[in-house]
Structure formats: C-alpha cells, structure tokens
Design a protein around this ligand. Structure first.
Ligand SMILES: Nc1nc2c(ncn2[C@@H]2O[C@H](COP(=O)(O)OP(=O)(O)O)[C@@H](O)[C@H]2O)c(=O)[nH]1
Ligand SMILES: [Mg+2]
Length: 402
C-alpha cells in the first residue's frame, strides 16, 4: 500500500512532466507535489533536546520553498512562549502552528485538529512536525494512531530521529561520560534511537573523522541495520540526500518497541523546563547582541554553579527592528549568538526557553539572580516545571502495516 502510494506520487510527478533532479543534487525549479485524494505527506522529525531539529527543519523549509512546495509546520512543547515557533515563520508559502502544554502523544486531539485545519486551509504539500525533545514512543502513540484511530489520510515519511553527534558519542560510549545525563534520561535517549526508522547524525562539522567513524560503529553495534544520514545544519552537508529521501520514501516500520512508562516518567521528571517572557526597557540605547550574550552567559554560569546540566538553553531579544538570539546546547559550550542584531535598542521582549537536567526551582533561581534585580526588567509570564508522567491519548499495541 505504502509502496503504491510512493509509486502513485511518482506517476503524478511524471504525468505533470516535472523534472525531478534533486536526487542527483540538481536544483529543479518546476517541482510540484499534488496531494493524492487529499492525502498529506507528514514527516515527524524527532530527537533529543538541542539535537538540531528546528535548524534542520528550517533548512528543509528552504529546500522545499525553492522547489515551490507548500509546507506546514507544527512545533510542540510542554510550555508556551516558544522561540522556535517565531523562527519558523519564513515565507507566505508556510503555515505554522504549535501544540503546547504537553507532547504530541498526550495532546493528540490538538495535533489532529491542527493537521485537519492545516490540510483544509493551507493545503500544504508536506507537513513537518517537531515533537518535544524529551519525547519517545512516537510510532505507537502518534504516527500509528493518526492513521488507525483518527483515520487521517496521511502518507507518512519514515520517522527520522536527529542526533547531536557529540552528545550521541557521550551517551553511547562504553564508559560513563561526565557530560552524559542521568541513566533514566539516557533511557529516553536510547529509546528515541531504537524507534527511529532513520537516524540523522547532525553537527558533522563538530566531529573529527575518527569521532564520526567511532559513532557510526557504535550506532551499528547497538542499533543495527538502521539507515543513517550524516548531515550538518551549519554547512549543509548531507542535507540534499536526506531531504530527497524524505520526499520520496514512506514509513515502513518493522515493529513497535516495548516501553517502560515508569522509567520514561522518571527520566522526564529529571528534567526541568523554564519559559519566560520579559519586557525590557533600557535606560540608554543598548547593543542588543552584547546584552543578550552577557545576560545569557551569566544565567548559564549560575546553572553550572547549581549543578544543572543544560540540555538546551535559548534566549531571544525581540525588538521592533529585529531580533538577537543566543543559545547553548551542552555544558561545555559557551553561550553563543544564533542571530545577530547589531544596532542599539531602547526596549525589547526577552524570551527564555531553558531545558536542563535539574530541579525547575534551580532554573528559576538562576534566571532570577541575573534578571530579577535589573532595572527596567518586567516579567510578563513565567513558568518552571517538570514534564508530567507521559500519558498518551492512544497507544497502539500492535503494528498493522499496509
Ligand atoms: N555546529 C553546529 N551547530 C548546529 C547544527 N545544527 C544545529 N546547531 C545548533 O544546535 C543548537 C540546537 O539547535 P536546534 O535546532 O534549536 O535544536 P532542537 O532543540 O533539536 O530543535 C542551536 O544552537 C543550533 O544553532 C550543526 O549542524 N552544526
Ligand atoms: Mg526545536
């Protein structure tokens, strides 16, 4: 059935006399994807916090837009006030929505409503959904129920799981690596890899050849037989091959994995979430980049001092003329600028999205110690919490293909 859908899709492409040259690295300009009887292509791109999902999805969005595909994007988080959703808005060809307040699996009705609305209103050729980075068991609790419980007419791309190459090396090493998370968080990490149909080793630019080979050997040794794409969201390496495959192949899961939901819940409970929206009025025009970098670095130092292990820390200072963004993915990294705005500003809206292994109170404290006493700083909204025990809306126990 899936194979037939792929064939049908190719038939549509050929009947429309469309040149299909991306697979050999070309740049087809006349691409058009016709949805077969309203069937939408859906790609879930999972992976741990900070792996590079949003970055790669943004690249995918550019790749699609260049080929005149319409894209629908669905982001997801336990909280609201997401920096990622703001960075998603790229072109009028895109529709963007977010599921907040819980992961896709626990808020499946919300996801279904978004998918239906998006399909009707924006008619995207492909919908890309980014689940929360601490989420796993997506095949049984999201992808399969979408088709089998809700009967959505979908053509599912193979489930891709993105890995930060350095974190994967730290987590899959033989000995305990001090950079690695607690073993219950590690359980989630390994389950994400286990259920992946495709593994996308990202941040190739940060790995030496030896490290890459070491990682590929470990992946093959511990999770044999998976198709692996090696890419870099920074340099663009390997993306054409993965994107081309995403647009031409369909999900054919071999089975559903077993899950220990108690352990999954314990892993989630090790993580702290912190989101804040803060209005900032500067006394004098201030260099936004420098202020954001300094503020975020100070927060990061407090986090390290209280023993919290950063999984992903993002800040964004938005102002009428633009935006500065800063981020940190691993403790050993310095906070760095992801988006720059050099012109001095007199006010801004600061968003803080922080995910770390540690008590949410400590995350709150770290931010408060840096910003709490600053003049002109006004907290508009703030939330710090641990993700709750995952309770999927539906969990399919057995795989039915075709
Ligand atoms: N050096 C490098 N950094 C990357 C790459 N891809 C993503 N990043 C950075 O990794 C961090 C996390 O990326 P993001 O896409 O937000 O991760 P997500 O949490 O999985 O969505 C950001 O600071 C990105 O700029 C890459 O290929 N190379
Ligand atoms: Mg993201």
């Amino acid at each position: 059935m899936k194979d037939r859908r792929v064939m049908d899709w190719f038939m549509v492409v050929f009947y429309d006399h469309i040149v299909f040259d991306t697979w050999v690295g070309g740049h087809g300009k006349n691409f058009c994807m016709t949805s077969e009887n309203g069937v939408r292509r859906l790609s879930l791109i999972g992976g741990f916090l900070g792996a590079g999902k949003t970055t790669l999805i943004r690249k995918f969005s550019e790749w699609l837009s260049y080929r005149d595909f319409r894209l629908g994007l669905v982001s997801n988080d336990q909280g609201s006030g997401l920096i990622d959703t703001g960075t998603f808005v790229m072109s009028p060809q895109e529709a963007v929505a977010e599921v907040t307040g819980g992961c896709f699996c626990c808020r499946l009705d919300d996801l279904v409503n978004i998918l239906e609305r998006m399909s009707d209103e924006s008619k995207p050729d492909v919908i890309v959904a980014e689940p929360v980075g601490s989420c796993t068991d997506l095949m049984a609790t999201v992808l399969q129920p979408l088709e089998r419980v809700y009967g959505l007419p979908l053509d599912l791309c193979p489930l891709s799981v993105v890995l930060d190459g350095r974190r994967a090396l730290a987590s899959l090493g033989g000995r305990r690596d001090p950079r690695d998370f607690h073993r219950d968080v590690g359980y989630i990490y390994r389950k994400q890899i286990e259920e992946a149909e495709w593994l996308v080793v990202n941040k190739r630019d940060l790995l030496t050849k030896e490290q890459l080979n070491d990682l590929l050997n470990r992946l093959e040794g511990q999770f044999p037989g998976k198709r692996v794409f090696v890419v870099s969201g920074k340099t663009g390496e390997g993306l054409d091959e993965w994107f081309g495959a995403l647009m031409s192949e369909s999900s054919l899961p071999a089975g559903l994995m077993e899950m220990d939901y108690d352990r999954y819940g314990r892993g989630e409970a090790m993580l702290g979430w912190y989101n804040a929206e803060i209005a900032v009025d500067f006394e004098h025009p201030t260099a936004a980049d420098a202020w954001l970098l300094e503020t975020s670095s100070a927060i990061s130092r407090h986090l390290a001092g209280s023993g919290c292990k950063v999984a992903h820390f993002k800040t964004s200072l938005e102002h009428p003329d633009g935006r500065s963004r800063a981020h940190q993915v691993m403790d050993e990294d310095e906070v760095s600028l992801a988006e720059s705005h050099a012109i001095p500003v007199s006010e801004g809206r600061l968003l803080v999205n922080l995910r770390a292994e540690g008590d949410p109170k400590l995350l709150d404290e770290a931010v408060d110690r840096v910003l709490g006493s600053q003049a002109g700083v006004n907290f508009k909204a703030k939330a710090s919490f641990q993700p709750g025990q995952p309770r999927p809306t539906h969990r399919v126990e057995q795989l039915v293909t075709g």
